[in-house]
Structures are given as C-alpha cells and as structure tokens.
Design a protein around this ligand. Structure first.
Ligand SMILES: O=P(O)(O)OC[C@H]1O[C@H](O)[C@H](O)[C@@H](O)[C@@H]1O
Length: 311
C-alpha cells in the first residue's frame, strides 16, 4: 500500500505517495497507454481509479490508494479482436467451451458503447456505465435480442460492478455468465483465498465427482480450475508480502465461484502470457455457471460483484 511521503509540497498523488509496487509490470494499465476513445477512465483524483477497455468492456485496472489490484498480462494483445488477457473479462452468454461459438461467449470480444460517461455523484464517487446489444454477428451465433448494461461505482476503497442482462426478445433465453477477475498478487506462494470451506466443487482438471473443500485458507500451489457451487457472497483474497493486499469480493446473484491459475506448464501454452506471470495472478470469478439463468421475454437479471480493500 502507498505510504504518505514527508514532502508535502509535492502536489500530485503520485508524488505524495511512495507506491510500494510488486514485481514491476510492463502491462498497459494506465489511461495514457490507450487512445482516448478506446477506454473509460474513472478517477476519483485521490489515488483511486479504474480503467475499462471498450473491447469486451474489460476492466483492466483498479487502483486503490495508488496500488494496482488487477493482473493484466504484459503480453496481452490489444488488437480489438482477441480477448484481453487479464483484468475482468466478461463471459457471456456462455462460460467455458461453447458449442455455438468461442469459449466464454462473445461479450469479451465485442466493442461496447459508453452509456454513461464517468461522472461524480453527490458523495464523490465516480459512476459510469457501458452497454452492448445484439447485432448481426451475435445473432448469427446466438439468435436472441438482448441488452447488457454494465455499471460501475468507484468509491474510496471499493469498486462495484453491476451487470444487467435484459431479454429484449419475444422468446425466453438462457445464458451462463461470469466476471472473470484476475486479481494481482505479489506472490502466489503467499496468497490465500478464504470463504469457500465446506463447499462442493467440481475440479475441471481431474473431472469426476464433486469434492468438498476442507481448507479455510486455500493456497494455490498447482494448476487450479475449480467451480465452487452455492458459494457464500463473500470471499477474501489476501496476498503479500510486498505489497500486502487484502481484497474482499462481495457478490449478489452469483452463486458460483471459479478459482483458476494455469501454473507453470499451462502458462507456457498461453501465448499472451509470460511464462512466469502465473505467480502474480489468481483468478477468482463470480459466476452463474452450474445452473444457467433463464430469462423470460422482456425481463431483466441483475448481478454484481464489489471489490473492497480491507487493509
Ligand atoms: O484462456 P481463456 O479462454 O481466457 O480461459 C481461461 C480460463 O477461464 C476459466 O477460468 C476456466 O475455468 C478455465 O478453464 C480457462 O482456462
């Protein structure tokens, strides 16, 4: 976390705080790394900011008191075609392999529109929203009219992201979804995940029967790809040692949690990720995966997750 600096005459936040960063990242996580029309920058002006890329509505940065909390691969490709590797890609209308189209659906590779440009509300929080509607390409894969509205509230220590799915069709539709968060950690070896003890999970690597989680503090020490079912709405990702982070993720209407880290062998197979970067990330993904959501014509479904720094 940032420490107040003695020299108070320095006038901007970056100067007032000595930011204790972990392994220097070459990832593009600053507003200035992109053309203005490609990103939505939410900035409270007090070291708390969030940056969203309109390609896939991928949140690529959330800084709290100057400290970056999202992992973005230094090899992520920004060609407005490929999904961004890191941040918070949106999986919709399908999580995982999809018989009708690309893995995790099309929302993470579509260009979203700005619905509400960043604005400050009465209590100083920054609000913004982006949207996506069906078009010829999406209907070619998945023949439904829909509208997605993705909204943000950036507060001093937290960021709330709300996804509203609206069925604008005359027939009912079904989808699975996830907000596929890549949390940044200083060292995966000293990272713990709390909140999943006692839950059943499906291990996508070994397959087979569901397993009951016995650990209170989960430490990830190999390739993990697990779908935890009926999860409580709070999980805590703690990591360190330098810098220490403690992020609480609170969810609404996301009954599943996916925990993923490719580890060393799989990481080498991922073209848009450095071989060693798996040590700096842990995916904890809030999802509706096990039971697809059915949405009647004309109705809406709302789900959200909120990250809060608890340091
Ligand atoms: O490489 P991607 O398509 O972005 O998927 C990355 C990962 O996403 C989720 O965590 C899935 O559970 C994993 O099976 C998958 O490998």
């Amino acid at each position: 976390m940032g420490r107040p600096c003695q020299n108070k005459c320095l006038d901007d936040f970056q100067s007032l705080y000595i930011i204790e960063q972990d392994t220097p990242s070459m990832a593009k996580q600053n507003e200035t790394d992109f053309a203005t029309g490609d990103v939505v920058f939410m900035d409270r002006g007090d070291g708390n900011s969030a940056l969203l890329h309109l390609h896939g509505a991928t949140l690529i940065s959330w800084k709290c008191q100057g400290l970056e909390n999202l992992f973005l691969s230094s090899k992520s490709v920004f060609d407005n075609k490929k999904a961004i590797r890191g941040g918070v890609p949106i999986c919709f209308p399908n999580f995982g392999p999809w018989s009708l189209g690309p893995q995790h659906g099309f929302a993470r590779t579509k260009r979203w529109m700005v619905a509400q440009p960043p604005a400050k509300n009465a209590n100083g929080d920054i609000v913004a929203s982006v949207s996506l509607e069906d078009d010829e390409e999406t209907r070619g894969l998945w023949d439904f009219n829909f509208k997605l509205m993705y909204s943000f509230v950036l507060s001093a220590r937290s960021l709330k992201s709300t996804l509203v799915v609206e069925n604008t069709d005359t027939k009912s539709l079904e989808f699975t979804t996830a907000l596929h968060t890549y949390f940044r950690v200083a060292d995966i070896g000293s990272t713990t995940l709390q909140g999943l003890k006692g839950l059943k999970y499906n291990d996508k690597i070994t397959g087979g029967q569901d397993v009951v989680e016995t650990q209170d503090l989960i430490t990830v020490d190999k390739n993990y790809d697990r779908v935890y079912k009926d999860a409580p709405n709070v999980t805590v990702i703690s990591s360190g040692p330098e810098p220490v982070r403690k992020i609480e993720m609170t969810t609404v209407n996301f009954p599943d949690v996916v925990v993923w880290n490719p580890w060393d062998v799989k990481a080498k197979e991922i073209a848009d990720m450095e071989d060693e970067e798996y040590k700096q990330m842990l995916c904890v993904e809030a999802g509706n995966i096990v039971t697809p959501v059915t949405l009647a014509a004309g109705s809406q479904f709302e789900c959200s997750h909120t990250f809060t720094s608890r340091l």
